[in-house]
Design a binder for this molecule. Structure first.
Ligand SMILES: Cc1cc2nc3c(=O)[nH]c(=O)nc-3n(C[C@H](O)[C@H](O)[C@H](O)COP(=O)(O)O)c2cc1C
Length: 238
């Protein structure tokens, strides 16, 4: 088959692919007093609806690469949210880690498609202190702690075998004792706290007249997510 006609067929399908939004939407009167309470309520809804990985979020970062400011994005898992902001863990030498070291600006998106909802966060990401990273690292399963050591995340690896060999060597170096300190915290592994400047709650509505309610800090700087006085609510055009 001519590969071009296959491509054409795929494009035609995409053009007609759309979902009708029928969810009840979001009114100003429904919003919680603080962005933290509103987020917690939607996260609980996503969990109760049985969504796969409701705490998965797209993290966007941007920094100069080869003379241009290049945004990049990937999924990470939200591991904590509180008044301070949104916390995730990663390899500090990864592409995202290097970009955040150069530019703390960060975007987060929770794409809760089956709920016809998304949450869009914009803020600044700061490295977590080592004590907080260590206490989370100890709670990870043994295999995940070894995996963190085995992977120089975002660098080119020669082969799958090379990666698995490194993993086995590390298992031998740090045997599983069932204790939480059998694998030390890798110095290149850490976490970030995204402190929030804006957080938008989006709900799909018919005719593409979606609801978009955004909390924005009065100061323009990141503020505590649980301080009602720090935030303004605005409706955005869909
Ligand atoms: C659902 C899901 C959750 C993920 N969670 C994380 C995470 O919490 N931390 C992480 O470093 N990578 C996570 N990853 C892998 C990242 O998407 C990505 O491949 C990796 O962090 C390297 O990204 P980078 O090269 O842009 O730095 C996850 C991937 C998926 C699909």
């Amino acid at each position: 088959m001519d590969p071009r006609s296959q491509d054409d067929a795929a494009v035609a399908d995409l053009a007609t692919m759309r979902v009708r939004y029928t969810a009840p939407g979001l009114r100003e009167a429904d919003l919680a007093a603080t962005p933290l309470a509103q987020f917690a309520s939607w996260l609980a809804d996503a969990e109760q609806a049985g969504l796969t990985e409701p705490n998965a979020m797209v993290l966007a970062t941007a920094a100069p690469e080869d003379g241009e400011i290049v945004p990049t994005a990937r999924d990470v898992l939200l591991k904590q949210v509180d008044g301070r902001g949104f916390v995730f863990y990663t390899n500090l030498g990864s592409r995202k880690g290097q970009q955040l070291a150069a530019n703390p600006g960060a975007g987060l998106v929770f794409p809760w498609f089956p709920m016809q909802r998304q949450v869009v966060v914009s803020g600044l990401a700061y490295p977590l202190d080592r004590q907080e990273v260590d206490s989370y690292f100890r709670r990870r399963p043994y295999d995940a702690r070894i995996g963190a050591w085995a992977s120089a995340q975002s660098t080119v690896v020669g082969s799958r075998e090379e990666l698995e060999e490194r993993y086995e060597q590390l298992r031998a170096r740090y045997p599983d004792t069932g204790r939480d300190d059998d694998v030390p915290l890798p110095p290149f592994w850490g976490g970030f706290l995204v402190r929030v400047r804006t957080i938008e709650f989006w709900a799909g509505r018919p005719s593409r007249l979606h609801d978009r309610l955004r909390y924005r800090t009065r100061s323009g700087s990141p503020e505590a997510l649980d301080d009602a006085a720090a935030w303004l609510v605005e409706r955005l055009s869909p």
